[in-house]
Design a protein around this ligand. Structure first.
Ligand SMILES: N[C@@H](CCSC[C@H](N)C(=O)O)C(=O)O
Length: 455
């Protein structure tokens, strides 16, 4: 068969049976290996659809520039579509994404702008905001917005779903996939449920992302949001492509469990896949162990290829430095709080307190950082080293209000965040905060984590 261009080779990826990692699970577990797409990821499917739909609607015109915020894979799909159709590409990416992804995008001629990860989505520096601003400033540019552009879901409704239905001869009973933009999860799930409404769908989420909590409570809980390492799934926004009505269950997977499972997929199944594939398989198998029955068929999507993570999860030093190679199972934020035996004291400063009083409080209790409150809510933080440099520059600040000198709030983490997750966060962050079952806020510092790890 001869194809007219590389984009005609998108889709029709193989379903492969797991032979080792599924030990102890009843039923058949199949994975759909999406790195067989020309851009080595599932995102090729929706990238070409977003481009062709925009052409049809006249939003993308000859000579145009495609601008997108991406964790890398959608960028690659868009870059291939752009090459075939003669467009330019500019991508914005968060600095947590692997260097390989940035290099790959540059290799196919795209311009890449790296933006900070640890800012909120509406901060002008975020990769979402920078993409939107470039789209406003650059004439004849097109911003696909994979998060809210429903062509994303449609691509999977039209291709991924039918392929799975056909290749399993309608025998699929369970479908599992990571949820990032929501397109592959929901487009495929919608198609499959239309063929057989009994099919059960399991969305895989990360710790630090809002999806699972939102599904369970209907509330967008900002306290669920904190930085995580896994690339390509999880979110701090609710994309329009996430249709919660077609996702029956969510399972959260830690960065470490995902990384370890990804390496096992390579070594035990010969599937050299990317990090979120480990999340999908770890979460799906955890769910399958409890719920799959003899005769069931589960299909799990493996979104991308392992080459993109050679410097991270496939690098032993990187894994060791993140505590991911250790065998021992870690305690959690809950354990740290329990070990305080009910001795509860959260030192805080109020937004309107005088700076000199806040310093007095920190000195008196020998602490180096405290949250700042306003009306019972955490609104910021002060740390001794930043405060010191500000006061040296301007001694009059001693008499100012704390609001004038405070920094961003410490991040909230989940009560069941493991110490490995906590330690990777306090590397970048100050201390972190956690709410217990009684909604009391506790602070966890680097010192607390070290003590818990060495106990
Ligand atoms: N917030 C996520 C990325 C969400 S999906 C983006 C998509 N996979 C892409 O390739 O652009 C993250 O933290 O990686």
């Amino acid at each position: 068969m001869i194809y007219n261009s590389i984009i005609e080779t998108i889709g029709n990826t193989p379903l492969v049976r797991l032979n080792k990692l599924n030990q102890g699970i009843k039923g058949d577990v199949l994975v759909k290996v999406e790195y067989f797409n020309p851009g080595n990821s599932m995102k090729d499917r929706m990238a070409i659809k977003m481009v062709e739909d925009a052409e049809k609607e006249g939003i993308l015109k000859p000579g145009g520039t495609i601008i997108e915020g991406t964790s890398g894979n959608t960028g690659m799909g868009l870059a291939l579509a752009a090459i075939a159709k003669g467009y330019k590409c500019i991508f914005t990416m968060a600095d947590k994404q692997s260097k390989e992804k940035i290099d790959i995008l540059k290799a196919v001629g795209a311009e890449v702008i790296v933006c900070p990860t640890n800012v909120s989505p509406d901060d002008p520096r975020s990769y979402y905001s920078v993409a939107r601003k470039l789209n406003k400033d650059i004439p004849n540019s097109f911003y696909p917005n994979q998060y809210d552009n429903l062509s994303n879901t449609k691509a999977h409704y039209e291709t991924t779903g039918p392929e799975i239905w056909k290749d399993t001869e309608g025998k699929i009973t369970h479908y599992a996939a990571g949820v990032g933009t929501g397109g592959s999860m929901c487009g495929t799930a919608k198609y499959l449920k239309e063929q057989n409404k009994e099919i059960v769908t399991v969305g895989i989420d990360t710790y630090g992302s809002v999806f699972k909590k939102y599904k369970e409570t209907g509330e967008f809980d900002e306290n669920e949001i904190y930085p995580y390492l896994t690339e390509g799934i999880g979110e701090d926004i609710l994309p329009k492509n996430v249709d919660f009505s077609v996702i029956d269950h969510f399972v959260k997977v830690t960065d470490k469990d995902a990384a370890v499972m990804t390496r096992r997929l390579s070594r035990e199944e010969g599937l050299f896949v990317g990090w979120s594939c480990g999340s999908a398989v770890h979460g799906a198998l955890e769910w399958a162990k409890k719920n799959l029955k003899e005769g069931d068929t589960m299909v799990i999507i493996l979104p991308d290829h392992g080459t993109r993570y050679l410097g991270k999860i496939y690098n032993d030093d990187w894994m060791r430095n993140h505590g991911f190679l250790e065998d021992k199972s870690y305690g959690t934020a809950r354990d740290i709080i329990t070990s305080r035996n009910g001795n509860y004291e959260l030192l805080v400063s109020q937004k309107n307190d005088k700076v000199k009083d806040a310093i007095g409080l920190m000195n008196g209790k020998s602490v180096s950082q405290i949250p700042v409150m306003d009306n019972g809510q955490v609104v910021g933080s002060i740390t001794d080293n930043k405060l010191l440099s500000k006061i040296i520059e301007n001694p009059a600040l001693k008499d100012a209000e704390v609001a004038e000198v405070m920094e961003d709030s410490m991040k909230f983490v989940a009560l069941d965040s493991t110490l490995d997750v906590l330690s990777s966060m306090v590397d970048k962050e100050k201390a972190v905060l956690v709410r217990d079952e009684n909604h009391r806020v506790h602070i966890i510092t680097k010192h607390d984590i070290l003590e818990a790890i060495t106990k």
